[in-house]
Structures are given as C-alpha cells and as structure tokens.
Design a protein around this ligand. Structure first.
Ligand code: ZN
Length: 306
C-alpha cells in the first residue's frame, strides 16, 4: 500500500478554535499512526477575512500542539491561475454555463432548502440562449451541470453516505461572479495535486464530499478516503464555535499545556479510556478509527482550567 497522505486546510481568519484542533488532531493521528505524510494548506480564498499574520499564528498553534507537517503547499489565494486552468478544462467539456441569478432570486424561487441551509438549484440558467445571456448587464457566476446519479461516500466515521447531486444539490457554482473560484473546485484541485489520500474534517462538510467526488472524477484525480469527525459541543448542548472566546488557542495556550488539552480531547472522543496528559506522538501509537465516537462530542473545557 502506498504511503497515506493526510492534510489540514484551515482558513487563516483567526486563532485556531477547538473544532479545528480536533479535526487537525484526528487527521494527523490517522496518517502518523501509519507513518504517513501530512500536508498543511491555507484556505485563504476569502482575502477580505484572511491574512498571513493569522496563517503564522495557525502554524505556531499547530507547533504548540505538536502536530507537525511535512510540507505546506501554496495558499489558495496564490493559485488563481491554476484554478483557471481546471475551470477551462471543465468548460471545454461543455459542462459549465453562466448563471445570472441574483441572490434574492435564488432564495425566493428555489423552494427545496436542504437542512444545511443550501438550496437545490433548479437549472434556471442552463438553457439560456446566447441572446438571453447577452441581455444581462452583470457578470455571471459559472455553474457545472451535474449528473442524475448517486455518489456514495464510505466515510471512516459516518459510514455510508449517499447523495444524488441532481436532486439533492443541483448544478453548483464553480466560479463566482467576481471571478473567485469556489471552495469545492479549489479543494478538489489542491487535494488532488498534492496527492492527498485521506481527507479528515468536520462533519459539517460531509455533504461537500459528493460534489468533490464528481469534480475529482472529471479532472482525473483519485477519490480520497473521507473521515468526517463529529462536532464538539459544550456541556449545555451548544455547538462550540469560534465565537466562544475560551475555545480559541490564544486563551488556551496560556491556561493549559498541549498534553492536557490533547488528553481531554482524546478522552472525550473515545481514543483514551481515562483522561491523562499525553503527547501527539504517544496518541498516534495507539490511534484507531474504531474507537472514535460517531456522535457529537461533549467537551467540558472547565475541567481543564481548574
Ligand atoms: Zn441562474
């Protein structure tokens, strides 16, 4: 078997919060437990919210946790020309069309909203004539035609997950009207080009996997193994988020040790039988996907700060 290659692809828009830490930890443990490689990549397509300053803090946070990486690939903001090349390939295949729908049209016309707040695009602009297209005085977004076919994800955590892009998603945007390539395309290209064999990330991205599998197939990349890890919840049932100040590493670095933090996380998610201070390499030696909990994980950070 070839060497497994995992990755962590944070958005450098602030300090790492515990949800990021957890996804990075599991991604890292999975490949390091099998002597695999680990890729770091900054997902900074949104240049308004992201900065190199935050990227540097993220690197320091990972180092503090003991999660090292073998290579950091070029940040997404520097890869527009690369994405353009793949975009052209898709267009040459006859799969892309311009979409002139405004945001409010998309939200009013499209009745079936999915649980994650997205909607099924009904193909409004798919068959516009050149004359109709020319009648709009704004730049279009570009959508890709999706096949009426089921995509099955054999997820390391969630098990089998299936989606038909035609009925569950509709033709989706690959390039926005302002020229920025969307996450789905950038991620597919970046993971494919860096030889990533395993994509471990938060459960909230599970429904992205079928769209990425479709793009992988079109662009000639192998499908990676997916592992969508559960969300972290506060004891009161809230989902932990960036908004919780005490959940970011800026605060935690000065109130605890990396070993105590990793021990708390590993115990909460089922990897450790009892809570004890432990380093990332020690955890890697005993990592197994089977032990990882599948449901939301309750994390009581106050246990750490006492
Ligand atoms: Zn449209």
């Amino acid at each position: 078997m070839s060497t497994p290659i995992g990755r962590f692809a944070p958005t450098p828009s602030g300090r790492m919060h515990l949800g990021n830490v957890f996804a990075a930890l599991i991604a890292w443990l999975s490949v390091k437990s099998r002597n695999g490689g680990f890729v770091l990549r900054m997902e900074d397509l949104d240049t308004q919210r992201t900065s190199e300053e935050f990227a540097e803090i993220l690197r320091q946070d990972l180092q503090w946790l003991g999660l090292d990486w073998d290579v950091e690939t070029q940040p997404q903001s520097k890869r527009t020309a690369v994405y353009d090349g793949y975009f052209e390939r898709l267009r040459d295949m006859g799969l892309l069309y311009p979409c002139y729908c405004t945001r409010s049209q998309l939200h009013s016309v499209n009745a079936p909203h999915l649980s994650d707040g997205t909607y099924v695009y009904p193909g409004t602009c798919r068959n516009l004539t050149p004359a109709q297209q020319a009648s709009f005085d704004r730049a279009p977004a570009w959508r890709i035609i999706v096949p009426d076919r089921n995509w099955k994800v054999e997820d390391l955590v969630q098990g089998a997950y299936e989606e038909n892009l035609a009925t569950d998603c509709g033709d989706f945007v690959v390039r926005r009207a302002d020229g920025v390539h969307v996450y789905q395309l950038a991620v597919t290209v970046d993971d494919g080009e860096s030889g990533v064999t395993e994509v471990v990330r938060g459960m909230d991205l599970l429904s992205s996997a079928p769209r990425q599998m479709y793009l992988q197939e079109l662009l000639g990349f192998s499908h990676p193994q997916y592992g969508h890890v559960p969300m972290l919840m506060a004891p009161d049932g809230r989902r932990l988020s960036k908004r919780d100040k005490d959940m970011d590493l800026g605060y935690l670095c000065s109130h605890t040790t990396p070993e105590d933090l990793l021990g708390l996380l590993a115990h909460a998610c089922g990897l450790l039988e009892k809570r004890e201070a432990i380093s990332a390499p020690e955890l890697a030696r005993q990592f197994s996907w089977e032990r990882l909990k599948k449901e939301n994980i309750c994390l009581d950070i106050s246990e750490l700060l006492r």
